[in-house]
Design a protein around this ligand. Structure first.
Ligand code: NAD
Ligand code: LMR
Length: 335
């Protein structure tokens, strides 16, 4: 049997964590052979609620779930962490943009960056879910200088899953027949969901694997309605539920971490917010969502995709927003 790994979930008493924890405990993220110790971090005020979550985790009676540690102390939570889901933060309400959360949330990610730096393993994999996710990931990595920048990422997998599901529904195929839809940029309403290089497997109808633009045969829909539906999907969920997405966000967080730990399949790309290395002319240093492949727990940005004028203008808009957000975060954190 493998040694247990230490998995931190922040915001552990919140709604996303409530859906994520079962996936971690049952083995659908780190695999059916991998035992986990859960380190559950939340604020002091939520410790009673968190105790209820702990009771439920115990009552799952799942063999892979070893220690369960609820705490309000980041030093305890991040000790020897192998993986961290940074969810704990304030969600937006109707009428807000995700960047409106910057002032409220950015200090959380500074503090947690410092705690990761001091207490976590140097190969810890950090997934930032709390919004504004890209800029929070940037801040977190900045305050954890002893951990490689490649170990920090922001979640755009929910946007990818949404985009994949929308294309599948448009083409009347199962969602797993669609591959390689890309999310570029910020997890915000400036993100660019791009199906240019996506494919659909139509083997059942004898047409084989063809490109999504060819199958959809409607560039106006792909450049307009498809893009804006995905950009606004989070807001649509909030308008309907009066709370932000949780079940789908937790599923996406599990997908992201599973692929980071176990790798992508041949020919498959996934989207992750990662520190830009200048690929595709994106300014270095901002946390930007790119298509990546993953092997041996290391991602590589997919290179060589041709970017047409339409796509370039979309990439510029979302990169500019991220530059502004990082400047704003710097102002908030100024001593
Ligand atoms: P929630 O309000 O249900 O839970 C948040 C939890 O975080 C609460 O229990 C709160 O006490 C806790 N918390 C606050 N400050 C903390 C701190 N310093 N340390 C530890 N815990 C802390 O919110 P939720 O619905 O779970 O959403 C959490 C975040 O995830 C929000 O910022 C939301 O906007 C974001 N989100 C991101 C995506 C994405 O795709 N990247 C998707 C959905 C939601
Ligand atoms: C989402 O995309 O559903 C989340 O980021 C929540 C939000 O504020 O939109």
């Amino acid at each position: 049997m493998m040694e247990p790994i230490n998995v931190v979930v922040t915001g552990a008493a919140g709604q996303i964590a409530y859906s994520l924890l079962y996936q971690l405990a049952v083995g659908s993220v780190f695999g059916p052979e991998q035992p986990v110790n859960l380190r559950l971090l939340d604020i002091k005020l939520m410790m009673d609620v968190l105790q209820g979550v702990v009771m439920e985790l115990e009552d799952l009676a799942l063999p892979l779930l070893r220690e369960i540690l609820p705490t309000a102390d980041a030093a305890v939570a991040f000790k020897d962490a192998d993986a961290a889901f940074l969810i704990g933060s304030m969600p937006r309400k109707q009428g807000m943009e995700r960047k409106d959360l910057l002032t409220a949330n950015v200090n959380i990610f500074k503090d947690q960056g410092e705690a990761l730096d001091k207490f976590a393993r140097k190969d810890v994999k950090v997934l930032v879910v709390g919004n504004p996710a890209n800029t929070n990931a940037l801040i977190c990595s900045h305050y954890a200088p002893s951990i490689p920048k490649e170990n920090f990422s922001a979640m755009t997998r929910l946007d990818q899953n949404r985009a994949q599901a929308l294309v599948a529904s448009r083409l009347g195929v199962q969602v797993d027949q669609i591959k390689n839809v890309i999310i570029w940029g910020n997890h915000s309403s400036t993100q660019y969901p791009d199906a240019t290089y996506a494919t659909v497997n139509l083997s059942k109808t004898g047409e084989g694997v063809i490109s999504v633009p060819q199958a959809v045969n409607d560039n106006e829909w792909l450049n307009d309605e498809f893009v804006s539906t995905i950009q606004k999907r989070g807001a649509s969920v909030i308008a309907a539920r009066k709370m932000s997405s949780a079940m789908s966000a937790a599923k996406a967080a599990g997908d992201h971490m599973r692929d980071w730990f176990t790798g992508t399949k041949d020919g498959q790309w996934v989207s992750m917010g990662v520190v830009s290395d200048g690929s595709y002319g994106i300014p270095k240093g901002i946390v930007f969502s790119f298509p990546v492949t993953i092997k041996n727990k290391k991602f590589s940005i997919v290179q060589g995709l041709e970017i047409n004028d339409f796509s370039r203008s979309k990439l510029n808009i979302t990169a500019e927003e991220l530059m502004e957000e990082s400047e704003e975060a710097r102002q908030v954190l100024k001593p």
